[in-house]
Design a protein around this ligand. Structure first.
Ligand SMILES: [Fe+2]
Length: 135
């Protein structure tokens, strides 16, 4: 087995880095969606949503950094350009959304996709760990 200086299987680490970069790309799109919503939202719920979108993008920013630093720990290189993010994303991109219902729907749909991606990564890792315990 080809191991890194941390004692991790290099192939498995590279696969996980690839998956985490996908998650990172999607969080960056989600973050930018929230910025757009924070700036453009209109209507009777403006004050509540303006603040809530800021709370969400601040939280997202922390998660982006956590994911990137995890990739670095695995000796990978975190994606850091919008060109790469656009290639890897599956969360919807929200453009010029000012309607409150549409804005909240974008957030819900984005979170749903992020959860799906996270579950896929966790399930894959769990299966690998179970295989290793059997062997
Ligand atoms: Fe602001």
């Amino acid at each position: 087995m080809n191991k890194s200086i941390l004692g991790l299987d290099k192939t498995k680490s590279a696969n996980l880095v690839y998956s985490l970069n996908g998650l990172l790309a999607n969080f960056q799109i989600y973050y930018q969606n929230l910025r757009g919503l924070h700036w453009n939202i209109k209507g009777k719920n403006f004050f509540e949503l303006h603040v809530k979108f800021e709370e969400f993008y601040t939280d997202s920013q922390v998660k982006v950094d956590d994911i990137a630093e995890r990739i670095l720990t695995l000796q990978g290189k975190p994606l850091h350009t919008f060109t790469d993010y656009i290639k890897r994303h599956s969360v919807p991109v929200g453009k010029d959304i000012s309607n409150d219902v549409e804005g909240v729907e974008l957030v819900v749909n984005s979170l749903s996709e992020l959860l799906k991606i996270e579950r896929e990564i966790l399930n894959f890792q769990m299966k690998q760990m179970m295989k290793e315990q059997i062997l």
